[in-house]
Design a protein around this ligand. Structure first.
Ligand code: ACM
Length: 664
């Protein structure tokens, strides 16, 4: 058995990489070459998977393999065989992949397993155009840890076209993610055609204005909107289904419904003072909720009927998050209902509402899933809970202990609308890099553990899986969605698929290079992976300073080999302030010290100062002076210390990016 670290370097060396990491991988000898003679032989039940694989191989290899059904017993010179074996001792979605110079065989526990195996095959080939690409000889046995490996996308705040969604589904499949949570309705836009209620899209799909980047309470004054026709929805659902991805649609209720209520005001709380619903032009939580009236329940039931006709998913997501109770509390009609039904407060009205909707879905043969607020006021008996608030652990543990299924989707870690690199560094690149807030770097996504420690093995079975969220207030373009999703989607996939004892961030990072090559070859607008700085120099040298330290901008970061990290003082400078490196071993060569903002921006640069060198820190020699925040000079033989010394006071704080040394 190859160790997982060795596997990482072996795969990375060939520019191919497996993410998520399989359950077990054994390296063989040699490789299989995909040539124009290579054909795919498939079980008759796998014609769809075979055709998609042929198309993918055409992209990877330049020629499309011919397909042969199982019953054609002719001998093929070069063959990729895909087959089913329900007796494999693997979880649903599991597979075996064997490659050798003679051929490749992918055998799935089920069709989803075959599909997942073909995704591994493509990752073994690697990305970037090449003639007759090679599949390394390897033996893989693999199965998913979780059955819900989800990615969410909000198309309410901003709307994205069918072609973008299809590409996204392909990337999900590439990483063996299998649930696409399509958040279709919002206060700022209703995006799904409902034939019985045409005003939902005639009125509800359009808003009059949108806050521009950099001005959350501003208006661009431009009409914005769009929606999917039922025909387009069917097309996306079919596309996903062929790729073994379930689309779970979300119709968010009773809150986040302002666009629908603007279209059909009679289903809102029209008896409250100042009632004037409109499609919202600002982000955040808005007061408009559906009324818990029979008319409104009829409206919801009709909508869900059409939704269930479009989406074969077992689960239908009904939102349930962030529903303000104020309108209900001020509505004479709702107060009457509360008396009749014995509902004590707004939470119990919400619970009453969700339980009614659960019954509607049950009557249609479906299961209800909702955000964790559906617990408040009493959880509907067979509901599944998507835990998003904070780390999600409290609601997950309570729900699982009560026997409810749970999907972990915590905003503490898996909200991909949060920054993935420090906000300051992102915003320095332009206002369009604005995110909603937060900080979820790749390493934190990777380290996420979905099963709360408080659950025993039996209760833990209620954790169906894990999901990341793409809320799109700050994603006006598909490019921005890609920037926020990639490469964090790769880390998510390993959290969702790979057993925890096989997960190792450094190994993942070494494999990620091959995956980034795939994104780049396809023109995905990915982010550069950002690893939060560690408080250490690159070689064990030590750094001291007379200055205080702002936040995590430690002095060690001036000698960590990274330009994106820096020391930042927490005060103005006095003459004589210093930052001093004691080198691990004496140095010589050319030295350059850079201060100030990224890419030479004048921001807390050192105005007046010198760089000095010393053998042991007693006798100092000036080697350079700062000009425009930069100092260059020769570092004498045997320099054990280097000191940046302030020569005149300055009111600005100081950023020192890096001390760069070049040996003579
Ligand atoms: C949510 O973020 N409101 C589920």
């Amino acid at each position: 058995m190859t160790s997982i670290l060795a596997l990482g370097s072996w795969i990375a060396a060939g520019s191919a990489a497996l993410v998520p990491l399989p359950h077990s991988v054994q390296e063989g000898d040699g490789h299989f070459e995909i040539s124009p003679a290579t054909a795919i032989r498939h079980d008759d039940a796998l014609a769809g998977e075979a055709a998609l694989l042929a198309g993918d191989l055409k992209l990877a290899a330049g020629h499309e393999p011919r397909l042969f059904g199982e019953r054609l017993k002719i001998l093929l010179p070069s063959e990729i065989r895909i087959d089913l074996d329900a007796t494999l001792d693997l979880a649903p979605g599991g597979y075996r992949l064997e490659s050798s110079p003679d051929g490749v065989e992918v055998v799935g526990k089920d069709a989803a397993g075959v599909w997942n195996g073909t995704r591994s095959l493509l990752q073994l080939i690697g990305c970037g155009a090449k003639d007759n690409p090679k599949v390394p000889a390897v033996s893989i046995v693999d199965e998913p840890r979780f059955q819900w490996r989800g990615m969410h996308l909000d198309v309410g705040r901003h709307f994205f076209g069918v072609e973008d969604l299809k590409e996204f589904l392909d990337w999900m499949a590439f990483h063996k993610l299998n649930v696409f949570h399509w958040h279709l309705t919002e206060d700022q836009g209703w995006r799904i055609e409902i034939r019985k209620y045409p005003k939902l899209t005639e009125i509800g799909a359009w808003r009059e204005s949108t806050p521009p980047y950099g001005n959350r309470n501003g208006d661009d004054g431009e009409r914005y909107g769009g929606f999917y026709t039922q025909e387009e929805i069917r097309e996306v659902v079919a596309y996903a289904r062929q790729r073994h991805i379930t689309i779970v649609p979300e119709i968010d209720m009773p809150g986040h419904m302002a666009a629908a209520i603007a279209a059909y005001p009679e289903f809102g709380n029209s008896d409250v003072p100042g009632y004037a619903p409109k499609v919202m032009t600002r982000w955040g939580v808005h007061p408009y909720t559906l009324a818990p009236t029979e008319e409104a329940f009829g409206f919801v039931d009709d909508i869900l009927t059409e939704v269930c006709e479009l989406f074969p998913s077992e689960y239908i997501h009904i939102g349930g998050d962030e529903a303000p109770k104020g309108q209900w509390e001020n509505s004479p009609r709702v107060k009457e209902l509360m008396k009749e039904e014995g509902l004590k407060n707004g939470h119990e009205v919400q619970s009453y509402f969700i339980k009614r909707v659960e019954k509607m879905l049950e009557a249609k043969g479906r299961k209800l899933i909702g955000w964790d607020e559906i617990r408040e006021g009493g959880l509907a008996p067979s509901a599944t809970v998507m835990c998003w608030r904070g780390d999600g652990i409290g609601s997950a543990v309570a729900s699982a202990k009560e026997g409810h299924d749970v999907v972990m989707a915590p905003n503490s870690t898996l909200y991909f609308d949060h920054y993935q690199a420090p906000a300051g560094a992102e915003l320095a690149k332009g206002a369009e890099f604005e995110a909603i807030g937060g900080f979820s770097p790749l390493s934190e996504v990777y380290a996420y553990e979905p099963v709360p420690g408080a659950l025993d093995a039996e209760q833990a079975k209620h954790i169906l899986g894990v999901q990341a969220q793409l809320w799109t207030e700050y994603m006006k373009t598909w490019n921005k969605v890609e920037y926020m999703a990639f490469p964090r989607i790769a880390a998510l996939s390993e959290v969702a698929w790979t057993r925890p004892d096989r997960r190792n961030y450094d190994d993942f990072r070494s494999r990620l290079d091959g995956i980034l090559a795939c994104y780049d070859a396809a023109g995905v607008n990915r982010a550069e992976p950002f690893d939060p700085p560690k408080r250490e120099t690159k070689d064990g040298s030590t750094v001291s300073t007379s200055l205080g330290i702002h936040e995590n901008h430690w002095p060690e970061l001036v000698f960590d080999g990274r330009m994106d990290t820096f020391f930042w003082s927490n005060r103005a400078l006095k003459a004589g302030d210093h930052l001093t490196i004691a080198f691990k071993q004496p140095m010589a060569g050319k030295v350059e010290v850079r201060t100030g903002g990224a890419e030479g921006r004048e921001e807390d640069t050192l105005e007046n100062g010198v760089v000095e060198a010393s053998p042991e820190g007693t006798e100092w020699t000036e080697v350079a002076r700062f000009r425009n925040g930069v100092a260059n000079g020769p570092l004498p033989e045997g320099s054990g210390r280097l000191r940046i010394r302030v020569t005149d006071p300055q009111t600005n704080w100081l950023k020192v990016r890096e001390v760069l040394l070049e040996a003579e």
